[in-house]
Design a protein around this ligand. Structure first.
Ligand code: AHR
Length: 516
């Protein structure tokens, strides 16, 4: 009998041990926050590519939706709700073939060109500088211009800056006025080329560093518009590019340097990248493993930047990121149109947590791209429009913009697949100007919920509310027939116990908690 009882006791003990081992403890330090999460981490990107500008933001008479000029206002309203802080334009690869003078003046007289980068379609230049600035003003967002280094001249870029920003007497200010805009726009975010290692000119970093200094010198500051010049940076793990740029370009000539990294499900640029909607758990795992690479990239590029800039004056600008899959069957391969699933929402939540946690160096980032291209926030089909799961994550995370970053420490349980494992949970936290604390959590494991216990140091709160983005399957999507399948829902899995916060984090979910 004794023996049986002690066996039962041992079994209960083992069960308890298992239960304890499954609880992850998070420590959030709100005592003395040091860094601010720049709102510009939540930036977006709109290229003359596929149906992003044309048939996305900018539509013809046949599309019967409310418009200002030809700008779709339903799209504008949706983006305004998530407070997009900046919009990068006109590319991408397109930027290094774009000649801005083709996109000003009477539309009928604007020259046409072939968009050689994206599908070989006709670019009629009906959407140019004035149209983009009108879009930014409707969105109440800051423009981030990518200037042409690859095929443009120093003079061409210098004159574009003058066209945007010069007040008073100047030939470019006069031309701008003639085209209907008297006041300078005072644009400050200015990219000097794009992917100069590839579509932007196939340069070596040493050659580009010299060219950068030349173009940047003549991209002048005008009254009230000091330029924040951003150098074209590394392709993923090309650490030498960052090293050469940081070594050769003086701090005062470079506000930021970019990093481009896309999550490819198969990890393969040459063959199939993987479908946006049809994938098994193995490919899902691989996608998430590739997505988490961003942490290492940011760490290693930052370490190089620290060597030359310990004061962290130069920003790491991740101005192209997101999942890149095969295009939807039957669509133009050059248009990069892909559906957007719960998997993409988990990628967005994870990547934004990484950026928040590196906000001392990452001061700006741009998801590629806003409408109908790659990891889009919005998809359109004639008059119809849908918000993707990724949009809803940006909606949850907007609370972090310009808030004080609170460090979160924990050891994540593993999500395993065969012999491989990745951290199942990632998180970030911040305190906003009203004193509210926000925690965003992602559980990448599609099979297991996570039990979390959170200790909070230096956080005043009396209650917790939450919101969640999740769905039954990781490849669930919103469609034009069922646009509300995945949306933000109330989350009731968090509770206060003393000063501790307990959370039951569902499998495959992104959660935002508000502590007040
Ligand atoms: O976002 C699509 C393309 O990806 C951009 O034009 C280019 O910069 C990158 O290679």
């Amino acid at each position: 009998m004794m023996k049986r009882l002690s066996l039962v006791a041992m079994a209960i003990g083992a069960l308890q041990l298992t239960a304890v081992a499954q609880t992850t403890t998070l420590q959030i330090d709100g005592a003395a926050p040091k860094n601010t999460i720049s709102r510009h981490i939540y930036g977006h990107f709109a290229e003359h590519l596929g149906r992003c500008i044309y048939d996305g933001f900018w539509v013809g008479d046949s599309i019967k939706v409310p418009k200002k000029d030809r700008i779709r206002l339903d799209v504008v309203d949706a983006l305004k709700k998530i407070n997009i802080p900046n919009l990068r334009w006109p590319g991408g690869c397109f930027a290094d073939e774009y000649h801005w003078r083709d996109g000003i003046g009477p539309r009928k007289q604007r020259p046409k060109m072939v968009n050689t980068n994206w599908g070989g379609v006709t670019e009629d230049n009906s959407f140019g500088t004035h149209e983009f600035m009108e879009l930014c003003s409707l969105l109440k967002t800051e423009p981030y211009i990518a200037g042409n280094v690859g095929s443009g001249t120093v003079e061409e870029m210098a004159k574009w800056v003058e066209y945007f920003n010069a007040g008073g007497e100047s030939s470019m200010a006069a031309l701008r006025k003639q085209n209907g805009r008297a006041e300078p726009w005072k644009v400050t975010y200015w990219g000097v080329g794009n992917e100069s290692w590839g579509c932007g000119g196939n340069m070596t970093p040493d050659y580009y560093a010299d060219l950068y200094k030349r173009y940047a010198t003549y991209a002048r500051d005008y009254l009230g518009a000091p330029l924040r010049k951003i150098a074209s940076g590394a392709n993923g793990g090309d650490y030498n590019w960052t090293e050469v740029m940081m070594k050769n370009v003086p701090r005062n000539q470079m506000w930021g340097i970019t990093l481009h990294y896309y999550t490819l499900p198969t990890g393969n640029w040459r063959g199939s990248k993987g479908s946006a909607t049809i994938f098994d758990e193995k490919l899902y795992f691989n996608t998430m493993k590739n997505c988490l690479q961003m942490e290492e990239l940011v760490n290693r590029h930052s370490a190089i930047m620290d060597k030359y800039d310990s004061a962290k004056r130069v920003a790491l600008v991740v101005d192209e990121w997101g999942i890149w899959t095969d295009v939807e069957p039957g669509t133009n391969p050059g248009f990069l149109y892909q559906q957007n699933s719960l998997r993409d929402a988990l990628i967005a939540g994870t990547t934004l947590n990484i950026f928040n946690n590196h906000c001392d160096r990452v001061k700006m980032a741009n998801l590629a791209q806003t409408v109908n291209v790659l990891q889009a926030l919005i998809l359109t089909q004639r008059e119809k429009m849908l918000l993707t799961p990724t949009y809803h994550v940006f909606d949850l995370y907007k609370v972090h913009m310009d808030a004080k970053h609170l460090p979160v420490k924990f050891t994540s349980p593993d999500y395993t697949m065969g012999n491989e494992k990745i951290p199942a949970i990632n998180a970030s936290a911040s305190r906003d100007s009203t004193g509210a604390t926000h925690i965003t959590l992602v559980n990448l494991d599609p099979n297991k919920k996570q039990t979390l216990s959170t200790t909070l140091n230096g956080v005043q709160w009396s209650g917790v509310t939450g919101q969640i983005v999740t769905s039954g399957k990781v490849n669930d999507i919103n469609t034009f027939e069922n646009p509300g399948k995945i949306k933000v829902q109330n989350f009731t899995g968090a509770s206060k116990q003393g000063n501790n916060l307990n959370i039951e984090l569902p499998a495959q979910s992104v959660v935002m908690l508000e502590l007040k």
